[in-house]
Design a protein around this ligand. Structure first.
Ligand SMILES: Nc1ncnc2c1ncn2[C@@H]1O[C@H](COP(=O)(O)OP(=O)(O)OP(=O)(O)O)[C@@H](O)[C@H]1O
Ligand SMILES: [Mg+2]
Length: 300
């Protein structure tokens, strides 16, 4: 499989802040990858290094097996950055024309309007006088102006309303189907899950999980088993089990957090704890995400 992006032992420090710590990854051409993580996780820093806008403190970044700064590479990439700054004193169609002029085979303005959902009347507005959502759309058009093979989108849906967000992802589906490599960052687990075929989960500058959405969910899916019992040995015995992540009393019930529900249930019955009013709850994905990003040590 041809490689679009490769990072080898990449670190970025800002003074004493370690923004990205020794990450390595390979992204194949034609895939859609979500970089998921909370504020300050290192997503923008990583994307900026992939784009060649920021030099790593150490390590190596390659796009299409070349330096990201090479012209032949630049011609193949487009980006929508987190802080959208549109050029002052230009109208929207002028900014788009300017960006198109940087590329050999740009998309036509009509195609860009169609793909990005810009309204034709937006084209004649001053770029600085657009609403937040309209600015995002122009930024999206600028990212796609050169008909790039590889598209970076740093939190593309921030500030978009629900309808605009849905429409945006529909457009991304079209780009995906045309074989482009798409790398986007997001805070939203659901968005990553719906859109990406691979999720790279960042936290505190490190990659804490990387895989297909289903694999990540499977890997970190946790359940809570709770029951009442009169057996005083139950709590300490359950606490000591290797597949129990946490075990505590709450409202006179024993609560057990585990990734291996069946194995824990087997023990409960084998040990004859005589459980009453047993309840099993499967963790929601949001909880898994919160757990991952707040207790990094436990999952690595
Ligand atoms: N220019 C800078 N100077 C100093 N520190 C920086 C700079 N840019 C980012 N940082 C720090 O590096 C870390 C990673 O920041 P980064 O912007 O990559 O996070 P992020 O995952 O994109 O977060 P967000 O979801 O808020 O956009 C943070 O601790 C941040 O404070
Ligand atoms: Mg960011």
């Amino acid at each position: 499989m041809a490689i679009a992006v490769q990072l080898n032992n990449v670190t970025k420090n800002y003074g004493i802040t370690a923004a990205v710590q020794n990450i390595s990854l390979t992204i194949e051409k034609g895939t859609t990858v979500a970089i998921l993580g909370p504020n300050g996780a290192g997503k923008t820093t990583t994307i900026s290094m992939m784009l060649g806008l920021l030099e790593p403190t150490s390590g190596d970044v390659r796009l299409f097996e070349k330096n990201p700064k090479e012209i032949v590479v630049r011609e193949k990439i487009g980006a929508m950055l987190q802080d959208v700054s549109l050029i002052d004193k230009l109208k929207v169609h002028e900014v788009i024309k300017l960006f198109r002029s940087y590329y050999k085979n740009p998309l036509s303005i009509e195609e860009l309007v169609e793909i990005t959902g810009l309204e034709p009347e937006d084209l004649t507005k001053w770029a600085t006088k657009l609403s937040g959502g309209q600015r995002r759309r122009v930024a999206f058009a600028l990212a796609l102006a050169g008909n790039p093979d590889l598209v970076f989108l740093d939190e593309p849906t921030v500030g978009l309303d629900v309808t605009a967000r849905r429409k945006f992802w529909e457009k991304i589906d079209i780009l995906k189907a045309s074989g482009k490599t798409i790398i986007f960052s997001t805070h939203y687990l659901e968005e990553a899950d719906d859109v990406a075929e691979r999720i790279i989960l960042f936290n505190k500058g490190e990659i804490i999980a990387d895989g297909k959405p289903a694999e990540i969910k499977q890997k970190f899916r946790r359940s809570t088993i709770s029951f009442q019992t009169d057996n005083p040995d139950a709590l300490p015995k359950l606490k000591a089990l290797p597949n129990v992540l946490d075990c505590y009393m709450e409202e006179e019930r024993i609560c057990i957090i585990t990734e291996e529900t069946d194995a824990v249930l087997e023990t409960i019955y084998k040990e004859n704890f005589i459980p009453k009013d047993m309840q099993i709850e499967h963790g929601r994905l949001e909880e898994v995400f919160e757990h991952l990003t707040s207790n990094q040590g436990e999952v690595s």
